[in-house]
Design a protein around this ligand. Structure first.
Ligand code: CO8
Length: 257
């Protein structure tokens, strides 16, 4: 697939997906959604790739769903066409995905960032769910994920008033893992992705699966799930390699087995 709304490149074991509709503040239209999901499917299928980074421009990670494309949608088109469901691909990724956010991450843009495994923000980042100002509400997980990130009070205020949250507040509230100077954003995100991609891929995938399980189940069931995966790790060559390397005082060479 030739991409027109994103830039896609690989750097070693890491894929970098750059949302690229500069005239529309990276608004998320159907073509962009198709291209991002195609790129992520490629990442998932390529054994050489271990992680990806999704980013936008200095001005906007993404200013939300494309309002001009969405405005005339009717209920039957939205329902039968299962509007928004293609985005589920991001949350279903088994390999880690990092969002590197500068500028506006609004509406679907904020939701896209939250579908990723963690968010690294530039000082310029602004997060918000302003859908209420358009006569709708978040539709790609915003009411659910934002609440889990920042708690009910802040999520409710943002969803009901459309108030934006700047980077420092987003870090204080747990929405982003850390804030970095704007000119270091991509470098920091790629470095984190490279670090992850150098670890054992099956172990990374299990760790991600286990953390995500905490959203879906009780503490007791989550701990049981974690324990089963932890036991399973002792059936991998990479566990032997990792622990042998520690004992031998050398760097482990993981083989993804
Ligand atoms: N959709 C379509 N076009 C957009 C969007 C958008 N979301 N955001 C900006 N643009 C366009 C503008 O129309 C403008 O185009 P033009 O030059 O042709 O008039 C261009 O981008 C530049 O925008 P501005 O002139 O407005 O730039 P400013 O710097 O003045 O303002 C803002 C930047 C604050 C980001 C402003 O553009 C804005 O408020 N945008 C809309 C933000 C918004 O309401 N987002 C929520 C959209 S609804 C949504 O996301 C529902 C989620 C459903 C799930 C989606 C699946 C992921």
């Amino acid at each position: 697939m030739a991409y027109e709304t994103i830039l896609y490149e690989t750097r070693g074991k890491v894929a970098l997906i750059t949302l690229n509709r500069p005239k529309a503040m990276n608004a998320l239209n159907a073509q962009l959604i198709a291209e991002v999901t195609d790129a992520l499917t490629h990442v998932e299928q390529d054994p050489k790739l271990g992680a990806s980074v999704i980013t936008g421009s200095d001005k906007a990670f993404a200013a939300g769903a494309d309002i001009k494309e969405m405005a005339s949608l009717d209920f039957v088109q939205a329902y039968v066409g299962d509007f928004i469901s293609p985005w589920d691909r991001v949350g279903q990724m088994r390999k880690p995905v990092i969002a590197a956010v500068a500028g506006y991450a609004l509406g679907g843009g904020c939701e896209l960032a939250m579908m990723c495994d963690f968010i690294i923000a530039a000082e310029s980042a602004k997060f918000g769910q302003p859908e209420i100002t358009l006569g709708v509400m978040p539709g790609a997980g915003g009411t659910q994920r934002l609440t889990r990130f920042v708690g009910k009070s802040k999520a409710m205020e943002m969803v009901l008033t459309g108030r934006l949250m700047k980077a420092d507040e987003a870090e204080r509230s747990g929405l982003v893992s850390r804030v970095v100077p704007s000119d270091e954003l991509i470098g920091e995100a790629l470095a984190a992705a490279e670090k992850i991609a150098d670890f054992s891929q099956p172990i990374v995938m299990m760790a991600k699966e286990s953390v995500n399980r905490s959203y879906e189940t009780t503490l007791a069931e989550g701990v049981r799930f974690e324990r089963r995966l932890f036991h399973a790790m002792f059936g991998t060559e990479d566990q032997k390699e990792g622990m042998d390397a520690f004992v031998d005082k050398r760097t482990p060479q993981f083989k993804n087995r």
